[in-house]
Design a protein around this ligand. Sequence first.
Ligand code: FES
Ligand code: MG
Length: 592
Amino acid sequence: MNKPSATPRRFRSQDWFDNPDHIDMTALYLERFMNYGITAEELRSGRPIIGIAQSGSDISPCNRIHLELAKRVRDGIRDAGGIPMEFPLHPIFENCRRPTAAIDRNLAYLGLVEILHGYPIDAVVLTTGCDKTTPSQIMAAATVDIPAIVLSGGPMLDGWLDGELVGSGAAIWKGRKQLSAGAIDNEKFLEIAAASAPSSGHCNTMGTASTMNAMAEALGMSLTGCSAIPAPYRERGQMAYETGRRIVGMAYEDLRPSAILTREAFLDAIVVNAAIGGSTNAQPHIMAMARHAGVDLQSEDWMKFGYDVPLLLNMQPAGKYLGERFHRAGGVPAIMWELQQAGKLRADRITATGKSMAENLQGRQSNDREVIYPFSAPLRERAGFLVLKGNLFDFAIMKTSVISETFRQRYLSTPGQENIFECRAVVFDGSDDYHARINDPALNIDDNTLLAIRGAGPVGWPGSAEVVNMQPPDALIKRGVSTLPTLGDGRQSGTSDSPSILNASPESAVGGGLAWLRDGDRVRIDLNTGECNMLISEEELARRKSEGIPPVPPSQTPWQEIYRSTVGQLETGACMELALKYQGVAQTMPRH
Ligand code: FES
Ligand code: MG
């Protein structure tokens, strides 16, 4: 492990503030910062300028805690000898942004790259929380490659209602089914929703937000134990202060993302994701971060390194508890401690602490075995993503850690045909079509139906929507069938426990196999071999292809059109493909 050394160095900000070659410009660069009280002396002192990438705002409620935390980050930066400069990011709020927050990941990425490259910033604190706020900022830090550290905002406190834990997202999916079954009314549904969000912070389940913050920590991009501290806890403010202190050290050490974001780090993230029962959204986000870091990660790596990893964390949606209990049980370091003892990690790699991951994990064993299970006696074996392929797609994943016993019994336990099931497909073109028709009795949806959705991928939606976790028709739910197999070229919420086949690539909108699926087709899924096929003849397939791809809605904004013209598929991270050739852009100075 090569540790960068801490020596006095000339920072890139000095090219703006302290450059005898263009004193004419320096005056211009300096003067306006002085209008809020910074002195020319500070800016010309040779101390690092530390950016605080502010993701919180009124329309990013999951990250709003960062407006407060930034004060402690500033204290830490100042105490360690840096100069803080806070700036806003493009907001991302998962639940509210239409047509989907996913379209903003690449936009926030793009914006942050331009800020970090074009302004006098030497190192940066990334303030993460809601789902895409983590990958977008790490992707940008990887592209720019200046020292960067992640500060998670932390999950909300645990939600409680009627003496039971109610987890964000998970409670909504459950409430919708109860509403469809007539078991609760609208008022009760809203009461459940409110109870699941009791404080500032991001989702308190192991949904995409907690997953991606855990991924940032597993990669080595944050201080040890950062991701799981609930937003309102005093330790969160203390972590903000320590993160502010540490980034100044990283600036002097020139400890950059390119040193931290190695293939080993990404493989460890895949392993940790399985062990925590992490969100299926981790798949495209991990791929995107790896590709922007120039790391060769393949879709096979999810099976090769992740599939066999057992579930160690008892947290919703794969388990029972929520974020507060996870933090008290030791958080991500305690999970990684188990994995490291079992020889599952590549922990001799540098992290943001300046130490190796192995050093960070020393003494981090959990003492709450109801929440964090030992590797030798896990909550469930083989909890990683199952990678599938066939004539419907080249790539799709299934989150095995959430497949319920009821579902296993009904679909996966036919003697001699274990883990194989065959269903009749009903196909929806996007979620409007789903909502319009799901309760139509003419569709004859029964418990042998597979619900398929297309037009929900990066190009089709646009952005790729969390719509694959489709619930059965009300009539079926009333009869006690609350889950059907589903399949789609979109994503699903990380807080959902639906046993879906999702992220299908290539998507229907670019001619993937889902485009040719028709109502009534038999679909055969073999979880033993990872094969998923529609059972139709080659001639019939050729005939359908001559009918053309199902249409998708037109772009409604300039960004939607730009996004569609540059985006890749979920298999490879739904990246802005043309951006991938830019790496380490801070090594070239912008013109002035
Ligand atoms: Fe923002 Fe879940 S909706 S974290
Ligand atoms: Mg989500």
